[in-house]
Design a protein around this ligand. Structure first.
Ligand code: GTP
Length: 598
């Protein structure tokens, strides 16, 4: 087994700089897919990815490239997500590679996640090929971007390849650069098997299917293998590669990336980051694996129909195979019944998981407002981790509360620094540094509570800087804050699922905003519904949903029957998405109304 013709690399970039488009062109140019089968974002296989035009999951595919030297090379290409919520997904992919193609948009230049992805690749000691994309656009300035790559990332830009994912220009040069600049994998084909599990998913028929990178040895159908950490042993049902359709092969040999059909039906048996080895002749040392992804945001997830509770648990377990960053524990709400407190890497991750649970497992769910993990120091000297407003102890028993802070980094053109500073102040941020990267970009650093960032910070940042600012952040530490619990009462009854924890200076504004928003969201009922915001026993805001007067059908005066039916169906559809809280019908958006308060 000769690895000199293998190249394993990830494509990394700031969001929307064109990774998926470049991957598409590579698949095309190497004839991996026939032209008639070509569709945009071929490697984004989930519906949500296609609809939103973003990559959420990494995807490993094998392409064969015949280079100008006449030799044929095996490329194992991993397309990765660009959004900050999914950085862990990028680092997982990098651990399976010798190289990275760092894509930078020629019209945008280096942005916040360009910096963090470049750092991840450098720390993993990978060979980096910079690719300056979108050179077909009139506003492209590739020469300036080359300078930015050298100055801001300390990556030599002589090797940078200028490409257009749209027209295909330069893609051939990029493939040649990959052959010459990225090292082939090394490893011992006759040593005991040592393979890294970088991804996996659950298949009803085949059990867990794991994507692996072989570091030593090889894998064939019928081999007896074991997971070093989890301990489960199994017989290999088959091995294969994605091209991009799953194709079975005889062997995954040293240096290669592919998938293993384990036949294991227990979703817990296969852990991403675990080392796969021979059951009879195991390797001595496991691979270092991955640092566990720490959840940043928590929400309650409840089935609309309480009968679905067990199905929801089952769905979470199966989804966990494919998304190991997911954590959950049971939660009970007076208003919503039995559900789970689920931890996410960020708000986009939360939306994606909720959507996947609903689509892939056919569940109707309600998510409650996101919360961070608060450290509540009690008067008895103990500390309580509070991830749900309901778990906050009585004020008399609280000494003080600490909340998580982030180190945030914004890269922005100089004319917008004032706007960013203002936004940061409004969100309790503290500026710590401001670095002029070049004439066109300034890096602003600040410490900011995570709870502020998860609400509307990012949208505000984009709109106040006309889309020019980019954001990156990481966890910093816990700091004391004056926080209170804001409750919402419907018809005088407190609704636990609508409570949240907020800084005391913001409580009044938020309570007012929330009461107004809920008044818009909650439909008129047969009776008047007062909405109140309260801290403890003190009412601080109120609004009212007026009683409904007319019947929906009244305006059709018995005329058009199909229109009538449509209206009734629409009403029924609406009903399904409602939850009865006491005698009030509340639509699911109400529980996330906090995200919509300006
Ligand atoms: P994420 O996966 O969400 O991080 O995005 P991505 O980096 O994969 O970007 P994607 O390939 O989805 O491209 C983002 C947008 O840029 C799409 O609208 C593409 O059509 C467009 N685009 C990509 N490459 C080029 C290019 O070379 N020229 C032009 N004009 N547009 C491009």
């Amino acid at each position: 087994t000769d690895t000199s013709h293998i190249r394993n690399f990830s494509i990394v970039a700031h969001i929307d700089h064109g990774k998926s488009t470049i991957s598409d062109r590579i698949l095309e140019l190497t004839n991996t897919v026939e032209e008639r089968d070509m569709e945009a974002q071929l490697l984004d296989t989930m519906d949500i990815e296609r609809e939103r035009g973003i990559t959420i999951k990494s995807n490993a595919v094998r392409v064969m490239y015949t280079a100008d030297d006449g030799e044929t090379y095996q490329f194992n290409l991993i397309d990765t997500p660009g959004h900050v919520d999914f950085t862990y997904e990028v680092s997982r992919s990098l651990a399976a590679c010798e190289g990275a193609v760092l894509v930078v948009d020629a019209t945008q230049g280096v942005e916040a996640q360009t910096v963090s992805n470049a750092n991840l690749a450098m720390n993993a000691d990978l060979d980096i090929v910079p690719a300056i994309n979108k050179i077909d656009l009139p506003s492209a300035h590739p020469d300036e971007v080359k300078l930015e790559i050298e100055d801001e990332l300390a990556i030599p830009a002589d090797d940078a390849v200028c490409v257009s994912g749209k027209t295909g220009e330069g893609i051939h040069d990029l493939l040649e650069a990959i052959v010459f600049l990225i090292s082939p994998p090394q490893g011992d084909p006759s040593a005991p098997l040592k393979a890294l599990i970088l991804d996996s998913y659950f298949d009803e028929y085949r059990g867990v299917v794991a994507t692996v990178r072989v570091f030593d040895g090889g894998i064939k159908k019928g081999d007896q293998l074991q997971m070093m950490q989890a301990g489960h042993a199994f017989l290999v049902d088959g091995v294969g590669v994605k091209r991009p359709a799953e194709t079975l092969v005889d062997e995954l040999s040293v240096g290669e990336v592919g998938f293993v059909v384990t036949g294991l039906k227990d979703p817990e048996a296969v852990r991403v980051g675990d080392t796969l080895t021979g059951a009879l002749r195991p390797t001595a040392e496991p691979l270092p694996g991955y640092r566990e992804a720490k959840p940043m945001v928590y929400t309650g997830i409840f089935p609309i129909d309480n009968k679905d509770y067990e199905n929801l648990r089952d769905a979470l377990e199966k989804l966990h195979v494919n998304d190991p960053s997911l954590t959950w524990s049971p939660e009970t709400s007076v208003a919503l019944g039995f559900g789970f407190r689920v931890g996410f890497l960020g708000l986009l991750h939360m939306e994606v998981v909720k959507e996947r649970l609903e689509r892939e497992f056919d569940l109707d769910l309600i998510a409650t407002s996101p919360s961070v993990d608060y450290h509540v120091y009690k008067t008895d000297g103990t500390m309580l981790e509070v991830r749900s407003p309901q778990d906050l102890p009585d004020v008399t028993r609280i000494d003080h509360i600490e909340e998580p802070y982030l180190k945030a980094k914004v890269i922005v053109p100089p004319e917008y620094t004032g706007a960013v500073m203002q936004l940061s102040i409004e969100h309790r941020g503290i500026m710590t540094d401001m670095i002029h990267l070049s004439q066109k970009s300034v890096e602003m650093r600040f410490d900011i509570p995570l709870a502020e960032l998860i609400l509307d910070f990012f949208d505000q940042l984009k709109s106040r800087t006309k889309g020019y600012a980019s954001l990156d952040y990481e966890f910093a530490d816990y700091r004391p804050s004056e926080l209170v619990k804001l409750d919402i009462l419907l018809s005088g009854d407190e609704v636990d699922a609508l409570s949240f924890i907020v800084h005391k200076d913001k409580a009044y504004g938020l309570a007012r905003g929330l009461c107004d928003k809920l008044k818009e969201i909650i439909p008129r009922q047969l009776f008047e519904v007062p909405i109140q915001g309260a801290i403890g026993n003190k009412i601080i805001a109120r609004s009212t949903v007026k009683a409904r007067r007319k019947d929906v059908l009244a305006k059709c005066y018995g005329g058009d029957i199909s229109r009538k039916r449509k209206l009734l169906e629409k009403q029924k559809e609406g009903k399904k998405r409602m939850k009865a809280i006491g005698s009030v019908e509340v639509p699911q958006e109400a529980f996330l109304a906090i995200l919509k308060v300006e």
